[in-house]
Design a protein around this ligand. Sequence first.
Ligand code: AMP
Ligand code: ZN
Length: 486
Amino acid sequence: MEQNLFVYNTLTRKKEEFKPLNAPHVGMYVCGPTVYSDVHLGNCRTYISFDLIFRYLTHIGYKVRYVRNITDAGHLEGDADEGEDKISKKAKIAQLEPMEIVQKYTVGFHDVLQIFNTLPPSIEPTATGHIIEQIELIKIMLQRGYAYEADGSVYFDVEKYNSTHDYGVLNGRNLEDLLNNTRTLGGQDDKRGKLDFALWIKAKPEHLMKWPSPWSVGFPGWHLECSAMSHKYLGDQFDIHGGGIDLVPTHHTNEIAQNIACCDKNPATYWIHTNMLTVNGQKMSKSLGNSFLPHELFTGEHSILDRGYSPMTVKFFILQAHYRSTLDFGNEAMEASDKGFKRLMNAVSLLDSLKPSATSDVEVAPLRQRCYDAMNDDFNSPVLIAELFEASRIINSVHDGKLKLDTANLEVLKNIITTFVFDVLGLKDEQAANDDLPKVLNLIVNLRNEAKGNQDYATSDKIRDGLQKIGFQLKDSKEGTNWSKI
Ligand code: AMP
Ligand code: ZN
């Protein structure tokens, strides 16, 4: 924590020194996915970026409570409280229970993030698990005059709120400006103002996910869940609130208004937003039909892909851009990342074989400091990666006998790689993992055969059945035992 970390804050539109409210504790809330379909690569970019932030804060000594929610109810098709609930709609089409949809895509989300080697959050609360907390917040907003009820639904009164607060504080726009850029109310006669948004929505009879409330049997508005869950787990005020930049104008703007209406405080000191992954300059999005799944990128089975790439190559591609820049997907860019990642990993694989010399031609400590400087400058992963390429160049030169490093400098070099390649960027050496698997399996098979030779059939069967359970089959023949993947 001796690092002077600077973070770009959407709220103030400048880079600020990171000063947590209650160091060494840091509270961080990131808006999670709406689990009605598989997450696409754009969504993954956002979660990989916050994983980088989580990893770095932890590395420099903070104790981070990272809360990332699951939106499993209340997110309608349109931002302006229009359309059906996304999960209910999918459930009807698939003739499944909404919670079957939620389970399927939550599991899929976790699987994908694990493939990308991201760390799990500290708490992963769901919207449906916090209906009571959401109802309580609505009661406070009604009581304090910031909300009104109309025919069983409850709305937030934006103009009333703005008379004493700044509704457009997050994107720096005033109310008049926002009103002029908003469509007129269409079929939403219950709302008094164009910018008003739903806190509670009375359910139509055919609506699947609904709960009793003092106003009607209905469901909460999307923005409310994040106010309720961040408040419950991180308190009135915490350090970081994050999400994709597309959440600024509506979701996060409304969240701030709700929290201030309830407890007079903007919930987070630093609002951090990731920029979009684009395809041919257009935001990758399910609704635009230009999205693809990480799995399709791994296999190459998609019309816009020339071939498949490994998960760590894809992660490297994402980390080679700063989280606040847009990143355009393309086959050429992927090829360049593939080359770059291999170059880095080849150097890393040589590290253990390097022999120290009595003297050093260079001092490596300044390079390590430059790695920290890059991360301290608003988590600048592309600059960090450029420094890691410099580390690779040094490794290769030492390996080729063109450069000498003494023991101390060699240790610093190893520390740079462990810290930044593995701990901070969260990359994995896929080649090493692939090479090691056969070695480990052969060892297990030999142990099993030894047990069998000693007529310890209980142990040998246990090993065979255990391997079978995790997807490996053993075949005994005169030549020995072979294993294969089932
Ligand atoms: P959603 O499930 O649509 O609410 O999105 C989950 C997260 O992914 C949100 O933080 C979005 O801002 C983010 N997101 C959506 N599309 C993209 C994209 N093309 N690039 C980066 N992040 C995105
Ligand atoms: Zn949210």
